[in-house]
Design a protein around this ligand. Structure first.
Ligand SMILES: *Cc1c(COP(=O)(O)O)cnc(C)c1O
Length: 379
């Protein structure tokens, strides 16, 4: 029987060569030549006019964003309940109160129409997660940010190369964060990037990434010794990983076009089956160029979703659920100050969603095997 994992880290032709050259040149610590090459390439690819800093993870890029905004106890951050823990955790770690917002039933992105009710005088930022690499309604979010003087932080872990009305995701809000974790479209195992779209943040971001020191200035020859000047942590990516990332970024056209092909095959071949069974497929609004990160099915109820996951597992195909609602998580229930209204769409989607295998090195045989078995599933 064919075996189909849910995900597999992307493998490109030059990955090993690139890693070997970093090691052979003795370039292993962070903020070296491969880090710079990857940052420049990413900036070019995204037509970004700000600054892009590689980091050890997307979680750490979000932590840097929280430090840059001087988030402190009493501040409130609005985060969708349907997202990865880090979108909230990075701000919680600075003492912020997390205010959870529900999502839209079509794109599964934060429901912008409900946000004005959640904004208070203490709101400092809204975290916009582009779920599956499909853009949030950025014009509406920017309008809110200007009206209330709050920042939009784009958690763009899913959305590298995705666009909103022609603009690359991650480059629209005050800051954007990327993930290069092994499950993401472009990967160096563990890694991330912080995209800064406001020059006010540039200098301090380099300090925060270098353990609160001005080592970056020292490396640039601007000071003759470096010292402790601010808060920060160890957020620099090793040049070995940056070399791997550089190889992957150079290969991004191939990776994205193969993912697109798989995504469109699922969409074309499952459309009719899904409609007959009242299963929802991803919705791509006209203002989006999506990033082909996820292909999912939303079942009419949780029982059928679970039966489907088990059915596919019996065929050696790994299909998985996704986020558990954060507002009702074990941790948030323990925090008396962080009680939340229900987020009904989040709760329903969390129970009813199933994600299909989608990875760069997936073969046509694996893809057809998944689709055939889905067509065999009845309820
Ligand atoms: C993967 C992911 C993260 C965390 O990324 P790391 O690089 O593993 O820290 C954060 N937010 C979202 C939406 C993610 O999917």
């Amino acid at each position: 029987m064919i075996n189909v994992p849910f995900s597999y880290p992307p493998k490109c032709n030059d990955d090993l060569k690139s890693i070997a050259s970093a090691i052979n040149q003795g370039q292993v610590v962070g903020n070296g030549p491969f880090t710079q090459k990857a940052e420049i390439l990413l900036k070019e690819q995204l037509h970004n006019k700000g600054e892009i800093l590689l980091t050890t993870s997307c979680t750490h890029a979000l932590e840097m964003a929280a430090i840059l905004l001087d988030i402190s106890p009493g501040d409130e951050i609005i985060v969708p309940s349907y997202t990865f823990v880090s979108s909230a955790l990075a701000f919680y770690m600075r003492g912020a109160k997390i205010v959870f917002a529900d999502i839209r039933a079509d794109t599964l992105n934060i429901d912008v129409s409900k946000l004005e009710d959640l904004v208070t005088e203490r709101t400092r930022a809204i975290v916009a997660v582009h779920y599956g690499g499909i853009a949030c309604e950025m014009d509406e979010l920017i309008t809110l940010s200007l009206k209330y003087g709050i920042h939009i932080i784009e958690d763009n872990a899913h959305g590298l190369y995705g666009k909103y009305r022609g603009k690359y995701l991650g480059s629209i809000g005050s800051m954007g964060t990327q993930s290069f974790h092994g499950t993401k479209n472009i990967s160096c195992g563990e890694g991330g990037a912080l995209i800064l779209n406001n020059p006010d943040f540039f200098e301090r971001a380099h300090v925060i990434r270098e353990k609160g020191t001005n080592r970056s200035k020292f490396l640039d020859g601007k000071v003759d010794k470096y010292t402790w000047v601010d808060e920060g942590s160890s957020y620099v990516m090793s040049d070995i990983l940056a070399a791997l990332l550089f190889s992957q970024l150079n290969f991004s056209d191939s990776i994205q076009s193969r993912r697109k092909q798989i995504w469109e095959t699922y969409n074309n071949q499952l459309k009719k089956w899904a409609r007959n069974l009242s299963i929802l497929l991803p919705h791509i609004p006209s203002y989006c160029n999506q990033a082909y990160h996820l292909f999912y099915l939303v079942f009419p109820n949780g029982g059928t979703r679970n039966t489907f996951i088990n059915f596919m597992a019996s065929k050696n195909i790994t299909v998985t659920s996704h986020y558990q609602p954060l507002h009702s998580s074990d941790f948030m229930q323990k925090i008396p100050d962080n009680q939340h209204d229900s987020c009904p769409v989040t709760t329903r989607v969390s129970n009813c969603i199933a994600r299909l295998p989608l990875f760069f090195n997936m073969s046509d045989e694996q893809l057809q095997y998944v689709i055939e078995n889905i067509h065999d599933f009845e309820f």
